[in-house]
Design a protein around this ligand. Structure first.
Ligand SMILES: O=C(CO)COP(=O)(O)O
Length: 126
């Protein structure tokens, strides 16, 4: 599967912890991320990740474009619901495109866990 990771700054520790816990699963897939999130997943978790621009510089929109083209299968976007983002319109546009194109989207660790466990059982059954 093609999976994209995005995390706002206050959620960077959470996404690192989450991806570390499921590294054995994610390593089997094609991974994408916004700039800073991708760098951290590469340097700290040790995964190969295709990196787009940083979110505020257009990375969310680049991921949205891939969603619109049917080129991503799952989005893990750990949003910070307590901090205003200068690029909020880009964030909303990405969430909207996921809904338009029926692409599964996790916006918190609880939902991301459900997806990761589903991926794990899918891998174990194949
Ligand atoms: O701002 C973001 C998503 O809206 C995340 O971007 P970075 O991964 O570059 O920090």
């Amino acid at each position: 599967m093609k999976i994209a990771f995005i995390a706002h700054d206050n959620k960077k520790d959470d996404i690192i912890d989450f991806v570390k816990r499921y590294k054995d699963i994610f390593i089997e897939h094609e991974l994408y991320a916004t700039g800073t999130t991708g760098r951290l997943l590469n340097e700290i978790v040790g995964l190969k990740v295709h990196r787009f621009l940083s979110g505020p510089l257009g990375g969310d929109q680049q991921i949205g474009a891939k969603v619109a083209l049917g080129e991503l299968d799952l989005i893990i976007f750990l949003r910070d619901p307590l901090t205003a983002q200068p690029h909020e319109p880009d964030v909303s546009a990405l969430l909207r495109l996921c809904d338009v194109h029926h692409v599964p989207l996790a916006t918190n660790v609880g939902t991301a866990e459900v997806f990761a466990k589903a991926l794990r059982s899918h891998c174990n059954n194949n």
